[in-house]
Design a binder for this molecule. Structure first.
Ligand code: C2E
Ligand code: MG
Ligand code: MG
Length: 693
């Protein structure tokens, strides 16, 4: 055995000193092993030591199958080797997994040679290249592939790979629902052949964009699929190395719908579905840009429902809302498709008429709008009438900017209201002057009380039969250094609008009661002081207490105070008005219905609120001597009042004839210029002495 071994070793050493082995010795990256016919190691280079873990000493003389062959293939290796030796069947080079000294797997690409040495024995040389990293890289690639597959599977998006001219190279789709055509019809085809041209064009444009940029591009498009119009977002990124484009397509129909909904809510009125203020103003701006470009005339109509607040207050908000919806429908019905109706808020609407043509057309449009409101509205079996007031401003005549036109249309609408409502009015520059005056009045009025610019005048009231003075009506006067004398007809509505009527009204009550106290003390006689109350004053929760305190302060019995209210106060039907009137009544203060005949002249109000006095409006009195109808009306009013237990006072008596006719008709009290104009307090004191002795 020993000699045999020595002999073998010798043979090998001989061979191992040749230049080829010297080359193997210097290569560390490749493992080279030599085996004799019994598969014992006769050569083991450093590359083998590194790859398999055995040193040259450890390996020398060991059998191949005991060193690096895993158990399951041992037999196979032995047989293959013997087949090569004996039958000359070569062992082909192959990928194979061998075993490291520590038992771990070693992946190699193994090539083998067999040759016969000069001693006529065969030697097999194995040259193994480490494949661990390659295998790892391969495994990584496979893993990535699997991962991508699961990603494609899990993501509902569509993935396409295209080349620069839009030819679809590859795709991934977890479901085919959003594919316009099936994959076999588009792979290898150009986009332009499988999707609508306009969309294909979008793709082309964006591919071009992408080529110029490093970052991703995205765009949106619609496709009509069997399940409906579907909205997509395409994101593209560039595989510049391969001259290809990755496209990820996402179905954003749902997001689109919610965005649409949000947009709708932001731009459309919830109740009427009309464009809201923001959108309407935007359309106005657009219309003006167009009109300017094409030198067209356009119109802005400001539409306001007449007395809508009263309807809302008396019938409730639900009916009010239903009416607003019906009213908005009627506005729309009157217009062309291209015109816009928008809701500015409350009962205010805007109508935009583009490319108006002749002004004559506008008259027809305005008439038509009014006409559409002539039919009653029916709600819950109720028939209701609504009217509208329209203000018109024209581009470019009445303004060139949206804000100017809107303001001027609003001013014209205000004018239409003043003209008695249910009509339209075209803006004129004079209206602007009127509007400016309104603003001036408002501004000046804010500090008029502090500057002591108000003064209360008193218009005497008389008993017709006895020709005695029974009291006076307190009427407010305002002198302002800038505006001069401003009539209450002008400033009272503005004061109501701004709420300034509350402190101003308190001033009148305080002044009037203070004067009454002085008047009664001086003449040792009892008078009645009439004071006008505006609807707005009832909303002031301090009103009743204020009156009570003023009465106490001036030591006036409540019966000497008479509060004049108009039907407008009652129209709103609100409970706080009823409560306030009941409290006033309970205090013993008298209540007069002012301006009777100008409003609805509702007898039911007279009953419901137990008035003490009815004041016939001067517009009826002025006609009684000439106009039989007026005379009959006044006669009937007096009779009705008396039957309800109310006393009657006629306002605006200007002639002797009127006075005597009223006497004949049974009217017990009068006031008017024929007897006396409203007077400052000192003049009234003087004036009243002649009636008192
Ligand atoms: P009103 O309460 O109906 O007052 C009667 C108006 O008729 C007064 O106008 C008075 O000067 C006027 N007048 C009286 N006799 C005649 C006449 O024979 N011929 C003509 N043409 N007019 C006559 P005035 O003072 O301009 O007040 C207008 C309205 O302003 C009042 O109508 C009243 O509604 C309101 N007003 C006046 N002062 C006050 C106030 O202190 N508070 C409130 N809330 N309203 C007031
Ligand atoms: Mg009055
Ligand atoms: Mg009156």
């Amino acid at each position: 055995m020993t000699s045999n071994k020595a002999e073998n070793t010798l043979k090998h050493q001989y061979i191992l000193n040749d230049p080829l082995h010297q080359l193997f010795d210097s290569i560390k990256a490749i493992s080279v092993q030599g085996y004799d016919e019994e598969r014992r190691v006769i050569y083991w280079n450093e590359g083998s030591e590194i790859l398999y873990g055995y040193t040259q000493e450890e390996a020398s003389g060991q059998k191949l199958e005991d060193l690096i062959i895993p158990d399951p293939v041992k037999e196979f290796v032995i047989t293959s080797h013997s087949d090569w030796l004996n039958k000359d069947i070569e062992i082909p080079a192959s990928d194979i997994t061998l075993r490291h000294k520590d038992g771990s797997d070693v992946s190699v690409f193994s090539s083998h040679v067999m040759f016969t040495n000069q001693f006529n024995t065969k030697q097999m040389y194995c040259i193994d290249v480490d494949l661990t990293e390659v295998k790892q890289a391969q495994a990584q690639v496979i893993f990535k592939e699997h991962m991508l597959e699961s990603i494609f599977e899990a993501i509902p998006d569509l993935f396409f790979l295209m080349d620069y001219n839009g030819t679809i190279v590859d795709y991934h789709a977890s479901n085919l629902k959003n594919l316009l055509v099936s994959p076999e019809h588009f792979v290898g085809k150009n986009m332009a052949d499988v999707i609508p041209l306009n969309v294909a064009k979008e793709f082309k444009v964006n591919i071009e964009k992408l080529k110029q940029k490093t970052e991703m591009v995205s765009f949106e498009y619609d496709l009509t699929l069997p399940h409906g119009v579907t909205h997509f977002e395409a994101r593209m990124s560039h595989l510049s190395k391969y001259n290809q484009v990755v496209v990820i397509i996402r179905d954003i129909t749902e997001q689109h719908k919610s965005a649409e909904l949000i947009r709708h809510q932001a731009y459309f009125d919830n109740l009427t579905s009309l464009p809201n203020r923001a959108l309407a103003l935007d359309r106005l701006s657009q219309m003006l840009i167009e009109a300017k470009r094409n030198s067209e005339t356009s119109a802005v109509l400001f539409v306001d429902i007449d007395d809508f607040k009263k309807v809302n207050d008396s019938l409730g908000h639900e009916i009010g809302d239903t009416l607003l919806v019906q009213a908005s429908n009627r506005l729309q019905q009157s217009l062309r498709e291209q015109d816009t109706v928008g809701r500015l808020g409350g009962d205010e609407f805007i109508v935009l008429i583009s490319d108006l043509g002749s002004h004559q057309n506008l008259l027809a449009i305005a008439e038509n709008l009014l006409k559409n409101f002539r039919k009653p509205f029916s709600i819950d079996d109720k028939q209701l009438m609504l009217t509208i007031s329209i203000g018109v401003a024209l581009y470019p005549d009445d303004g060139e900017s949206p804000s100017d036109l809107l303001r001027n249309a609003d001013t014209a609408m205000y004018q239409a209201k003043n003209m008695g409502r249910n009509t339209y009015s075209f803006f004129t520059p004079e209206m602007n002057i009127m509007m400016q005056r309104r603003l001036q009045i408002e501004e000046q009025m804010r500090s008029a009380l502090e500057r002591h610019e108000f003064e209360v005048f008193y218009q005497p009231q008389f008993d017709v039969k006895n020709k005695t003075m029974i009291g006076a009506e307190a009427l407010l006067r305002w002198h302002n250094p800038n505006l001069g004398h401003v009539s209450p007809e002008e400033f009272i509505p503005i004061a109501e609008h701004t709420g300034l009527i509350v402190p101003i009204g308190q001033f009148v009550i305080a002044q009037a009661l203070n004067f009454l106290s002085k008047w009664q003390d001086t003449q040792q006689h009892t008078y009645t002081m009439s004071v006008n109350l505006s609807p707005r004053q009832f909303r002031d929760i301090g009103l009743i207490d204020f009156i009570k305190e003023a009465l106490v302060k001036e030591r006036i019995t409540p019966e000497s105070l008479e509060l004049e209210i108009t039907e407008g106060v009652l129209m709103t039907g609100q409970s706080y008005i009823y409560d306030a009137l009941a409290q006033i009544k309970a205090l013993g203060i008298k209540i007069a219905m002012d301006d009777f005949g100008t409003g609805y002249s509702s007898i039911s109000y007279l009953r419901q609120y137990s008035f003490d006095v009815l004041k016939i409006d001067r517009s009826f009195i002025s006609g009684i001597t000439e106009n039989k109808a007026d005379c009959d009306l006044v006669k009937a009013t007096i009779a009705m009042s008396h039957s309800l237990g109310l006393s009657v006072i006629a306002e605006g008596v200007e002639t002797k004839q009127q006075l005597s006719l009223l006497d004949d008709l049974g009217c017990e009290f009068v006031q008017g210029f024929y007897l006396s104009k409203p007077l400052p307090k000192n003049q009234l004191l003087d004036f009243s002495t002649q009636f008192y002795s």
